[in-house]
Design a protein around this ligand. Structure first.
Ligand code: MN3
Length: 251
């Protein structure tokens, strides 16, 4: 795998242009004041972002033990494995996470690196996003233009919830369901993806997402994925989702 110097320069320019519009703009990439590490969520070497709440903050909808294992073990493994995959890739190390994901299906990254990054950089991006939109403390329903656009795209908010839940239920095996903004169409859409495939692989920008890997719910819900999906609506931070939507539309 080689990224040409011209590509690298082009990428640096593109990344600079995206400053402030990055998927991980805002509090996520801000390290705790006490942290001496220069690691961030979106630049190599990747690091776990702050969870933003206590492990038990989402009880009873997501139990504390699940949150602890999900964050400290599963998410950490994606971070570690993504860093390991990039250890001998100095050109790719210069890309931010969003740019890296956009490159994965291009012709400059070959196997087995492609699959390693798709799974692990993808897993890191998906979880770093997920912690933000399920953090407690936001509004319990979308508002303003965001609410209007959801209602327009899916007939109504209730219809949106049904369609999103259906996508999450129908995803076979491990994966995610998403509400994305597609810059290509200028519209909101509901999608689902297998494994840790990020919407950013194909240029869609995540606005809301639900992790339907069993590790996200099995301790509390066992085989009852539908119950987990129903509980999810109680912990969505619609304020943060609306911020992602606004940022995606103006990018
Ligand atoms: Mn997960």
């Amino acid at each position: 795998m080689q990224v040409t110097r011209r590509d690298a320069i082009k990428t640096l320019g593109a990344s600079a242009a995206l400053l402030g519009l990055n998927l991980f703009a805002g509090k996520l990439s801000a390290a705790p004041a006490s942290a001496a590490s220069s690691k961030t969520a979106c630049a190599y070497p990747f690091a776990l972002p702050p969870l933003g709440c206590a492990f038990d903050a989402l009880e009873p909808h997501i139990d504390a033990r699940t949150m602890e294992i999900h964050y400290t073990k599963h998410h950490q493994a994606y971070v570690t494995n993504a860093n390991n995959a990039l250890a001998s890739q100095p050109a790719l190390q210069k890309l931010d996470l969003k740019e890296l994901l956009a490159r994965i299906n291009g012709d400059t990254i070959s196997e087995p690196l492609r699959t390693a990054l798709r799974n692990n950089a993808g897993g890191h991006a998906n979880h770093a996003f997920f912690w933000q939109i399920i953090a407690p403390g936001g509004s319990s329903a979308p508002s303003g233009k965001f609410a209007d656009d959801i209602a327009a795209a899916f007939d109504s908010f209730d219809s949106f919830k049904k369609q999103f839940a259906a996508a999450a239920t129908a995803r076979f095996g491990s994966g995610w369901a998403w509400l994305v903004y597609s810059p290509a169409t200028g519209k909101l859409a509901i999608t689902s993806s297998a494994n840790q495939d990020s919407p950013l692989l194909t240029g869609d920008v995540p606005v809301l997402g639900i992790d339907v890997w069993e590790h996200a719910y099995y301790l509390k819900y066992q085989n009852r994925r539908a119950d987990y999906i129903a509980a999810f609506w109680n912990i969505v931070n619609w304020t943060r989702a609306g911020e992602f939507y606004s940022a995606a539309k103006t990018a």
